[in-house]
Write a protein that binds this ligand. Structure first.
Ligand code: RRO
Length: 311
C-alpha cells in the first residue's frame, strides 16, 4: 500500500512523525529520528529564542492509559536548531516548532526563518503549550491568536501551520475555524495535550508532578476520543487547503486509521513513542498497512475523511 502524504511543499512516503516534544530536543535525539527508517517526517521540540531548562522535576509521569507532563518548554534555543538544520543531511523533512513566550518572541523567530533563504521547510507555531508558568494557552484566547496571526502573515510567506489545543464545544470549533480560515495556513496540528489535568498518588496523598502544584498536560490513549473529535470537527470546518496533522492517543494502527478517517493527512505519535521507543513507527505502520490491505485500500485518500455517520 501507499502511505504517502503531502503538506504544502513537504512530500512524505510515510504519514507518521513524532509528536513535538518526544525525542526531539537534542542533536542526538534528532539524529535518531532522522535515521529512523520508517517515519516520513520529524518535528523539533518547540523552541524559544533562548535555551531553557524548563520546569523542575519530576515533570513527566506515566499513567495507566497515557501520561501527564509539565515539562515547561525545555529546549536548546532557536539558534541550536537552525544550526542543526544547516549541518545535518535531511534524509526526511524536519518541521520546525516555534513557541515563543510572547508575541514578540514568536515574531522574532518567524522573521529569522522568513529571511533565511537556506530554510524552505515547514514551520509550526505552537499556540497551545499548557505548562509554562504564568502563560495561558494562546489558542484559547481567540482575539489574541487572531492578532498574532494577522501580524505573522503580514510578512511570513513560507509554509506555516499551527499547533492547537483541544476544544470541547462545537461553538469553539466554529470560532477557531472561522478565524483560521482567514489565513493561508499550510496545516493545523491537533491536538496538543489536554491542559491542566491532575494525577494523584493516593497512597502518599501527593501529586505526581512538581510544577504548578501537580497540574499538567494529559496525553496518550485516554485522549484519543478528544483528538478524533478535534480532527473531525476541524476537518469539517477548515478550508480544504489547510491540511491536518492528527495528534493524540495513537498507540496502534487502528488509532491511526481512525485519525485518517476523521481527515488527518499525517499522524503523530507522542506518549506511545516515548514509552515504546522509535520502534513504534515500524509497528504502527505495519498495523495500519495490514488494516488497509484487509479492507482493499491502496491509498490513504481511499478512506481519508470518509467517516460514516449513523443516519
Ligand atoms: O514543554 C512542555 O511542557 C509542553 C509543551 Br511546549 C507543549 O506544547 N505540550 C506539552 O504537553 N508540553
Amino acid at each position: 500500500v501507499d502511505l504517502s502524504a503531502q503538506i504544502a511543499n513537504m512530500k512524505v512516503n510515510n504519514l507518521f512523525l513524532n509528536a513535538s516534544g518526544i525525542h526531539c530536543q537534542t542533536e542526538a535525539e534528532l539524529d535518531d529520528l532522522m535515521q529512523e527508517p520508517v517515519s516520513g517526517a520529524m518535528v523539533t521540540k518547540s523552541m524559544t529564542p533562548q535555551s531553557r531548562f524548563g520546569n523542575p522535576l519530576p515533570r513527566y509521569y506515566r499513567l495507566a492509559n497515557g501520561s501527564i507532563n509539565s515539562m515547561g518548554l525545555p529546549n536548546e534555543g532557536f539558534d541550536y536548531y537552525m544550526d542543526y538544520l544547516k549541518t545535518h543531511d535531511q534524509i526526511k523533512p524536519v518541521i520546525v516548532s516555534v513557541a515563543g513566550r510572547s508575541k514578540e518572541e514568536d515574531l522574532a523567530m518567524l522573521h529569522t526563518l522568513q529571511d533565511d533563504d537556506s530554510y524552505q521547510g515547514l514551520t509550526e507555531l505552537n499556540l497551545s503549550c499548557p505548562n509554562v508558568i504564568g502563560e495561558p494557552q494562546m489558542a484559547y484566547d481567540f482575539p489574541a491568536a487572531n492578532d498574532l496571526l494577522k501580524e505573522v502573515f503580514s510578512f511570513y510567506k513560507k509554509p506555516l501551520g499551527i499547533k492547537l489545543p483541544p476544544y470541547f464545544d462545537l461553538v469553539h470549533f466554529d470560532q477557531i475555524a472561522e478565524l483560521l480560515n482567514q489565513y493561508p495556513l499550510s496545516h493545523v496540528n491537533t491536538i496538543n495535550s489536554i491542559g491542566n489535568g491532575l494525577w494523584i498518588d493516593v497512597n502518599s496523598e501527593t501529586v505526581v508532578l512538581k510544577p504548578k502544584g501537580g497540574f499538567g498536560g494529559v496525553g496518550g490513549s485516554m485522549v484519543l476520543p478528544t483528538a478524533l473529535a478535534n480532527v473531525r470537527g476541524l476537518r469539517q470546518r477548515l478550508n480544504p487547503s489547510i491540511k491536518i496533522i492528527g495528534t493524540g492517543g495513537v498507540t496502534n494502527g487502528r488509532d491511526a486509521f481512525a485519525h485518517i478517517l476523521c481527515g488527518a493527512e499525517m499522524v503523530s505519535i507522542g506518549t506511545q513513542l516515548y514509552e515504546e521507543g522509535l520502534g513504534a513507527f515500524e509497528r504502527v505502520t505495519r498495523e495500519l498497512t495490514d488494516i488497509m490491505e484487509a479492507k482493499g485500500y491502496e491509498l490513504l485518500a481511499d478512506f481519508r475523511g470518509k467517516l460514516k455517520v449513523i443516519e
